[in-house]
Design a protein around this ligand. Structure first.
Ligand SMILES: [Zn+2]
Ligand SMILES: [Zn+2]
Length: 255
C-alpha cells in the first residue's frame, strides 16, 4: 500500500472533512501519512493528529517562511516534541529564496540550527528548498558528519544534484509536479533515482497532481504521483508502491 510521505492535514482546508478523510485512507489504498510541521503551531497540530490516529505520523520543524519567528526557545520546544513516540522527523526545514518570507541570513541560521537539532535527537530531516539549490546543498554537505539522514521533499532539481544528494545519504521525494505535462526534468529524475532511494508524497493541500490540478490536494492523490513514476520507469504500480513504502518506513524508522 502507498504511503503519503508529506502532507499538511492540519491545514484549515481540511477542517470540514479531516476526520472522515483520515479514517477512509486505508479503503483508498493509503496505508499512512506523515504530517509535516511548518511552524510551531502546525508542529503541535501534527503531533496531536499523530497521537489521535494510528495511521498518521508527525514531523516537527519550522519552514524557512517562518524562520524569522524562531529563537532559541523554539529549538527547545521542538526538542521536547522530538522525543514523542509518533514524531519521526524534523521538518520541514530548509531555504526558500523564491518567496523570501524571511531574510536569507535568518533562513540559513535556523536551517543550520535545526539540522544540529536533528543530529542531536537522532531523527531524519525533511528538506524544503526553492530557488536556493546551491546554498541548500552546501549547508547540508557541511552539516553531514555521518549522522544526518533525510529526504529532499518535492524535489525539483537536476538529475546530477539528485545523485549528489543520494551519495550524501539522502532520499528523493517526488510530488504532483511530476504528473504535469511540462515536467521533463522531474520525469528524468523519476527515472534516474535508484528505486531504493525514492519516496512519494502529495504536499496536500498544495501541488495537486493531474488530473485534479487546481483542486485541493489530498493524500489519496498520491496514487497519480506513483502511477506517473511507475509508468516513466516502466515498472508496475505495485512494485513502485512496495518500494516507496519500504523506503519511507526505513527512513522514518516505522515498523
Ligand atoms: Zn515544502
Ligand atoms: Zn510541505
Amino acid at each position: 500500500m502507498l504511503i503519503d510521505s508529506h502532507a499538511h492535514l492540519d491545514d484549515s482546508r481540511f477542517d470540514n472533512d479531516r476526520d472522515v478523510l483520515i479514517r477512509d485512507l486505508k479503503n483508498n489504498g493509503i496505508e499512512m501519512v506523515i504530517n509535516i510541521g511548518a511552524d510551531l503551531g502546525s508542529s503541535i497540530a501534527s503531533v496531536s493528529l499523530a497521537e489521535k490516529y494510528d495511521n498518521i505520523y508527525a514531523a516537527v520543524g519550522v519552514h524557512p517562511h517562518s524562520a524569522k519567528e524562531m529563537d532559541n526557545s523554539t529549538i527547545e520546544i521542538l526538542k521536547t516534541f522530538a522525543k514523542r513516540d509518533k514524531v519521526v522527523a524534523i521538518g520541514e526545514i530548509g531555504l526558500d529564496f523564491y518567496y523570501d518570507n524571511s531574510p536569507r541570513d535568518i533562513q540559513k541560521k535556523w536551517f543550520k540550527e535545526q539540522l544540529e537539532l536533528a543530529k542531536e535527537v537522532d531523527l531524519p530531516v525533511i528538506i524544503h528548498t526553492r530557488d536556493a539549490a546551491q546554498d541548500t546543498f552546501d549547508i547540508l554537505k557541511n552539516a553531514q558528519d555521518g549522522r544526518l539522514k533525510g529526504v529532499l521533499h518535492c524535489y525539483s532539481g537536476s538529475v546530477e544534484m539528485a545523485m549528489e544528494y543520494i551519495k550524501m545519504g539522502f532520499y528523493i521525494s517526488l510530488a504532483g509536479p511530476v504528473t504535469f505535462k511540462n515536467s521533463k526534468v522531474s520525469k528524468e529524475v523519476a527515472k534516474a533515482v535508484p528505486l531504493d532511494k525514492l519516496l512519494v508524497e502529495t504536499d496536500s493541500p498544495y501541488l495537486t497532481p493531474e488530473p485534479y490540478r487546481g483542486k485541493r490536494n489530498e493524500p489519496i492523490f498520491v496514487r497519480y504521483v506513483a502511477g506517473t513514476i511507475a509508468e516513466t520507469r516502466g515498472i508496475s504500480f505495485e512494485e513502485l508502491a512496495k518500494a516507496t513504502n519500504r523506503n519511507t518506513r526505513k527512513l522514518f524508522k516505522i515498523v
